[in-house]
Design a protein around this ligand. Structure first.
Ligand SMILES: [Zn+2]
Ligand SMILES: [Zn+2]
Length: 370
């Protein structure tokens, strides 16, 4: 069926303007603590300039549509399967093409990066905030990692649980990694990569004071892999930064101030997870039901994460068990039996889908004045 050109143009205009409105009006994924920003990042992305399937401009468009604040394109330095068709000698090219496409757009920041691609050990290592990716290309991986550090890069270990390099899927340090950590040449570790999660990598991060990261490592389309039209999202690393400048974000990354959002869970170091949880769940009293000692409380979730709560106190609820899920950006009303009418109530909730260690959930006390 032929559609008149006018109609196509009208539809196109509608589509474009709706996409722009979505970008501007999207609520923040998580409310940041006062005076801070929670910046959404993806620091592990591929294009045709290594083994990805798309041109760099698509990565910029995806990031804008998905509400990211900062991304790094991190092409494999050594693995160049499209070399015959794209014989590019310049390892910064992907970044340059994406930068030219982005132009001056204050919705998204772009930084230069590379994936130093080796067998285990050390496996694959990402360097972001690099000045010149070409200089990281060396015969041995250590020299490349040292050069990245010389350039002031933030360096992290990719998918330490990847079955191709760890047949049991268990992340563990080799002496090479221990040496990198001791020399402060390695600063972070992926606990989430693409569609995988490693509790062992999480523990390694806590034990060795490495920054916790979650990345998409996308090669195809994010829409398809992470089922974004169906309500999914790519893994994101939120950086708790003083402001949105590149310099502050980099400082916060080195400090380890991150929270990873993966599927329906968040994870990170205790201080960061506690701060995010505290600022994204609030309660307000709606008073007592007339002539009863049953209090009505409204619980509000300010984030994109469904909050799966378990009430830990001795009281009981009028309409549900002690398990309560507050959907994203919603307020949920519940009634709680306080036995006598009281002026204030402290409710302790365990957040079952937030992790501050491999088997550990945060517990949040919420005070309600009735
Ligand atoms: Zn890799
Ligand atoms: Zn990769």
């Amino acid at each position: 069926m032929r559609i008149p050109m006018k109609k196509i143009l009208l539809l196109l205009t509608l589509f474009v303007s709706q996409a722009m409105i979505a970008q501007k009006t999207r609520p923040p994924f998580f409310k940041a603590p006062e005076g801070m920003q929670l910046l959404s990042t993806d620091l592990h992305i591929h294009t045709v300039f290594s083994d990805g399937s798309v041109w760099p401009d698509i990565r910029v468009q995806e990031a804008l549509r998905e509400g990211l604040d900062l991304i790094a394109l991190t092409e494999h330095l050594e693995y160049q399967p499209h070399k015959k068709d794209l014989p590019h000698p310049n390892r910064n090219r992907s970044y340059e093409v994406a930068s030219a496409h982005l132009g001056s757009n204050d919705l998204l920041q772009l930084i230069n990066g590379s994936e130093i691609t080796r067998n285990m050990a050390p496996g694959h290592i990402n360097a972001v905030f690099v000045q010149d990716a070409n200089k990281l290309l060396h015969k041995d991986s250590l020299t490349g990692i040292e050069e990245a550090n010389k350039q002031g890069a933030f360096v992290f270990w990719n998918h330490p649980h990847w079955p191709a390099q760890r047949a049991d899927g268990i992340a563990r340090l080799d002496p090479f990694h221990e040496d990198l950590i001791a020399k402060k040449l390695l600063h972070g570790i992926e606990v989430v990569n693409e569609l995988t999660y490693s509790e062992e990598a999480f523990q390694l991060a806590l034990d060795n004071n490495l920054t916790i990261l979650g990345t998409s490592d996308i090669h195809g389309l994010t829409d398809w892999l992470f089922e974004i039209p169906e309500g999914g999202h790519r893994p994101m690393t939120f950086v708790l930064s003083k402001d949105s400048s590149e310099a502050e974000l980099k400082k916060a990354l080195f400090k380890g101030a991150t929270v990873v959002w993966y599927k329906d869970m968040i994870l990170g170091k205790p201080e960061n997870i506690n701060a995010v949880v505290r600022h994204n769940l609030s309660a307000a009293s709606k008073g007592y039901m007339p002539n009863t000692s049953i209090a009505q409380v409204a619980l509000t979730n300010h984030s994109a994460l469904p909050m799966q709560l378990e009430y830990l106190g001795p009281l009981s609820f009028q309409k549900q068990s002690r398990f309560i899920t507050v959907p994203p950006y919603e307020t949920l009303m519940f009634e709680i039996r306080t036995k006598t009418q009281v002026e204030a109530l402290t409710l302790h909730f365990k957040i079952q889908n937030a992790w501050l260690g491999p088997k550990q959930n945060p517990i949040l006390p919420i005070k309600v004045f009735l």
